[in-house]
Design a protein around this ligand. Sequence first.
Ligand code: TEU
Ligand code: CA
Length: 539
Amino acid sequence: MTPWWKKAAVYQVYPKSFQDSNGDGIGDLKGITSRLGYLEKLGIDAIWLSPVYQSPQIDNGYDISDYEAIDPQYGTMADMEELISEAKKHHIRIVMDLVVNHTSDQHKWFVESRKSKDNPYRDYYIWRDPVNGHEPNNLKSAFSGSAWKFDEETGQYYLHFFADQQPDLNWQNPELRHKIYDMMNFWINKGIGGFRMDVIELIGKEPDKGIRENGPMLHPYLQEMNRNTFGDKVLMTVGETWNATPKIAEEYSDPDRHELSMVFQFENQSLDQQPGKEKWDLRKLDLGKLKKVLVKWQTQIDFDHAWNSLFWENHDIPRVISRWGNDKEYRVQCAKMFAIVLHLMHGTPYIYNGEEIGMTNCPVKDINEVEDIESINMYNERIKLGYTKEELIHSINVKGRDNARRPIQWNDKENAGFTTGNPWLKVNHNYKEINVEAALKDSNSIFYAYQKLIKLRHENDIVVDGDFELVPNIGDAVLAYYRKLNDQKWLVVANLSGENQHFSSNDKVETELISNYDTHDNLKNIDLKPYEAFAVVIK
Ligand code: TEU
Ligand code: CA
């Protein structure tokens, strides 16, 4: 039987920015509950909820100090239970963010661990002696600088692949692993729909050998987790795996291996950065390369023995229409093009809040307007290295994580209807034009394209199970593919560029499914407009 998550469309809610219900400027659980009707209208099956656990909020909740408590800024456990049960009434499951590669340094395990070398929790984290008075080795943190932090108290270093305040857990410790499984069961018993697993590829780390991701014990740990927690339930589990190849994706998600439902892979993320450098070192996107990566992940995994997710955006990634489209002249057209091209592919699609109304990046002029720890640490590090303020702010405006973390634009009133107070991060200035209320009133809006695509998936097995076949030799700027199931055949055509493109096919159109310009009855020698995309049933 096909599990529900193969047919599902998932919507990511970034709670801090979604909807404030009490005027403190911070989105909260009650705010999310109040918007379930809107999400049901969109048609989604599940919400991936970014972390709402108790946290000092160094990294917006990805630094957890108590896994079984709700952060007061988001509400109470009763609010969380209400969200789960109300969502059910709207046919929406709540998928929790599971952040178990690291905790906050305020978590009681770490507070204990750092007290003394013989503390019972010492081995829950990764402590090493200095080597010649320095860091044990040259492992780097994703948020700049060394991954090792010296702790005066006991004269040793601890490992942190993210902020200093996010010490890495030691998965080699079986007692720690079982505490995590117990915590997962606590949430499963509350009726959640599954877990999105933060940087799960890191849990098999072997820092003494310099091994970060994809360590030898990664898959054994996931199999053990599966057996001890969700293995016998129909929950959705998705691993955040930046370094997955199609083969590795199969290791995570082959049902016979009893690990996860699917992965998030990020191969396209490096396409607009200089090879071997960091995401801030920009280069222009090569459409041919983008197309190649998209096709690779459709054709190089065997969907009977693996499953993949489909997404353009999340809370770590800029808005796609600003990054790879044109959010000025062709905002609506390119937003629909990105949606059409992705949602008719093989895999489970994810929509990041605000994407469905075409929200855009939001540039800043100065580092004091930036909230994100990753951008701030990078800025400070590179200013010391002699980079100019202008080039760093430019990189932040192109790639920084705050871009996609701006408050959701609900209407054209003050603060876009997000809050009656002072928003934690300023609302994008374009909210008067781009907002949910306006989108719902316009039958031609991006919102209704997403709604239609979700409906097509729900109503047609070909979207879920059909084979993918690329239309070859049509250049870099046009991506066209067939989906085929039994005697059914669909054709999807997308102009990835802002220039007109030629496309021609002998296929005979039976009906049009969706398009962002006019209908084509005949596919011979057509002139695709900028970012034009359509899907048709072929006779
Ligand atoms: O992201 C993992 C991760 O690798 C990111 O830090 C990534 O390198 C960067 O954001 C790319 O711009 C996850 C979460 O999604 C992120 O929000 C957290 O900050 C991070 O883990 C630590 O928990
Ligand atoms: Ca609030």
